[in-house]
Design a protein around this ligand. Structure first.
Ligand SMILES: Nc1nc2c([nH]c(=O)n2[C@@H]2O[C@H](COP(=O)(O)OP(=O)(O)OP(=O)(O)O)[C@@H](O)[C@H]2O)c(=O)[nH]1
Length: 130
């Protein structure tokens, strides 16, 4: 089981921040929610704040991360459990420290982007929940 946290960072216009995975990595060039693997002993919320600092250079208070939905999907030989949190408040301007690009996208417009298979049901949930 691979536990992963990811963030739906939502701006005042209901757009969600996506980042593009860089060339050379697994699932290169796909658009994903910022986030990553939970380290042993780490809470999901702490992992989320750490990943957002590492990937986007923003500061998030773990207590303000709102559990939104999750995805459960096979990922190679492993099984991915992706916990998606809603984040409406952060400090700093997101910068693509690890991604090749960032984009603010309405959920309804995400269908036009190539995303990991596990994210497809998450997009459908965002359309209904945001
Ligand atoms: N952050 C993120 N990861 C996702 C999404 N959808 C999805 O299948 N994943 C998968 O969940 C895992 C996330 O872990 P990660 O971001 O630390 O993985 P990575 O390969 O980029 O980092 P690594 O080099 O440290 O292993 C990856 O296998 C990634 O492909 C998503 O929307 N956001």
């Amino acid at each position: 089981m691979l536990p992963v946290v990811a963030a739906a960072l939502v701006d005042g216009e209901g757009r969600v921040l996506l980042q593009r995975r860089p060339p050379g990595k697994q699932m290169a060039d796909l658009w994903e929610f910022p986030g990553g693997k939970i380290e042993p002993g780490e809470s999901p919320e702490a992992a989320l704040a750490r990943e957002l600092a590492e990937e986007l250079a923003i500061t998030v208070d773990p207590a303000t991360a709102i559990p939104l939905t999750f995805a459960s999907a096979a990922l190679g030989q492993r099984h991915l459990l992706l916990l998606l949190y809603l984040i409406r408040d952060w400090q700093g301007e997101p910068r693509p420290l690890e991604a090749s690009a960032l984009a603010w996208v309405l959920p309804q417009d995400m269908h036009a982007l190539a995303m990991p298979p596990a994210d497809v049901p998450l997009v459908a949930m965002l359309e209904r929940l945001l």
